[in-house]
Design a binder for this molecule. Structure first.
Ligand SMILES: [Zn+2]
Length: 247
């Protein structure tokens, strides 16, 4: 049986001498693996459509006898080449793809990834895009930090810290020695991200300037509560440590 669908390539792995195994996130949110034969050959017509982050139309041979279906042909609809050509954008997009692949969401993650790739390709506020991605992913995992007031006493005054263990804001009276003191600006950005949805992305990016530390706070909640291990975070942190500042 043959089928066709539109999807984004979320991973590409070389396989044997000339082949590759690609993972696709289709428009319904289903993730599937395909063997793409011959795509490592120089004259392969399907090579472009199999690169990571490509959005395309995929024609697939589905044989019931095999676990891994094979790609017949791939048609590029959007290559996102500009993301692949920039190490920073590439590492952010790779992180997003891995998070989605490992999270195994029931909710359709396709619109989330597609929107994020569109905004990353504009190269405006990549950390803002990453922050909102992480905040939405956290919510999809059921992680919703309390940002209405202090987690312990409920006050909305003198909010000074964010505690991953406590699950949200802490006021000056309730925070402990080991809790980090944050600026009002940082706390506001955290609240904005926790409240924002995908359709608010342009508004979020216009309203504040986000940096890697804003992302790390969101990521700490994910690392603590999502139960998902993501390898590409190490490279992202390493890259940031090299001070390639693209805020
Ligand atoms: Zn308090």
């Amino acid at each position: 049986m043959n089928s066709e669908y539109c999807a984004i390539v979320i991973s590409y792995r070389e396989y044997r001498e000339h082949d590759a195994i690609i993972k696709l996130l289709d428009e319904n949110g289903t993730i599937s693996s395909l063997i793409a034969r011959g795509v490592q050959k120089i004259n392969s017509k399907n090579a472009a459509g199999c690169q990571q982050f490509t959005y395309g139309r995929y024609f697939v041979n589905e044989r019931q006898s095999t676990v891994l279906h094979s790609l017949r042909s791939a048609e590029c609809l959007r290559t996102y080449r500009d993301i692949r050509e920039d190490l920073y954008m590439q590492s952010i997009a790779s992180y997003m793809c891995e998070v989605i692949e490992k999270s195994d969401f029931e909710e359709n993650a396709f619109p989330l990834l597609k929107t994020m790739l569109e905004h990353l390709s504009k190269k405006e506020q990549p950390f803002g895009v990453l922050c909102l991605f992480q905040a939405i992913v956290n919510r999809m995992h059921g992680i919703e930090p309390c940002v209405e007031g202090c987690v312990h006493c409920g006050t909305t005054k003198r909010i000074a810290s964010i505690s991953v263990q406590a699950g949200g804001f802490l006021c000056q009276s309730c925070m402990r020695m080991e809790d980090q003191l944050y600026t009002v600006e940082r706390l506001k950005k955290f609240r904005l991200l926790v409240k924002a949805h995908l359709e608010h992305i342009s508004l979020v990016l216009e309203s504040a300037c986000f940096d890697f530390d804003d992302f790390l706070i969101q990521y700490c909640f994910f690392a603590e509560y999502a139960g998902v291990s993501v390898k590409s975070i190490r490279f992202l942190k390493h890259l940031y440590a090299l001070h390639i500042d693209k805020t």
